[in-house]
Design a protein around this ligand. Structure first.
Ligand code: HEC
Length: 169
């Protein structure tokens, strides 16, 4: 190998190292900027999470510790509020309730049930009951061939109202 070839080779190696460093610096810079702009941090495992989520995760971990009670600990007898789960009543929408509980009759008109969406079948009943609340009471109690609450005792008056409003449209 001649002298010039060696020079050339050395220059190549130096420039490759140089550009590699520049490329790494640029990528690191972009990641750093992105973390500032996006308000994100790199945490263990490389998972990116926002500050808010990290704070919440910490709170949850602290709460978990608070609910731990050792044998003989007075806390064990006391109610543990963090572990308490309050069942929220599920608010079903009219369409779902109708599909589950009313469609069998009101979808077919069996036993002369007023049909879903047939305004002229519903309007006289609406008038006769003095409005939607009257129809709700009627549905709660049951009428003629229709069992109370359309046969689903789990439904509330609110559920029935949503269902009736859906069927009258
Ligand atoms: C077993 C069949 C059946 C099911 C299930 C049923 N209905 Fe009915 N429904 C009827 C029939 C039949 C009538 C007509 C009763 C009549 O006028 O004698 C009726 C009438 C009604 C009326 C009008 C009452 C009035 O005073 O005119 C409402 C409101 C009503 N249904 C709501 C519902 C709702 C809401 C559901 C579902 C949660 C439901 N129904 C499920 C058969 C059913």
């Amino acid at each position: 190998m001649s002298q010039t070839n060696e020079d050339y080779f050395t220059k190549m190696v130096i420039s490759i190292i140089f550009y590699t460093i520049v490329a790494v610096a640029v990528v690191a810079g972009i990641m750093w900027l992105a973390s500032i702009v996006g308000g994100t941090k790199y945490v263990a495992g490389g998972v990116k999470v926002s500050d808010a989520i990290q704070k919440e995760a910490v709170t949850i971990r602290i709460q978990a510790l608070e609910t731990i009670s050792l044998v003989g600990d007075k806390k064990a007898d006391a109610a543990t509020p963090a572990a308490e789960t309050k069942a929220e009543p599920v608010m079903l929408d009219g369409e779902t309730i109708v599909k589950n509980s009313c469609l069998a009759c009101h979808g077919t008109g069996v036993l002369n049930a007023p049909l879903i969406g047939k305004v002229e079948a519903w309007q006289p009943r609406l008038d006769a009951n003095g409005g939607i609340d009257g129809l709700v009471s009627s549905a709660v109690a049951g009428k003629g061939a229709m069992p109370a609450k359309g046969g689903n005792p789990n439904l509330t008056a609110e559920n029935l109202k949503a269902a009736i409003e859906f069927m009258m449209k």
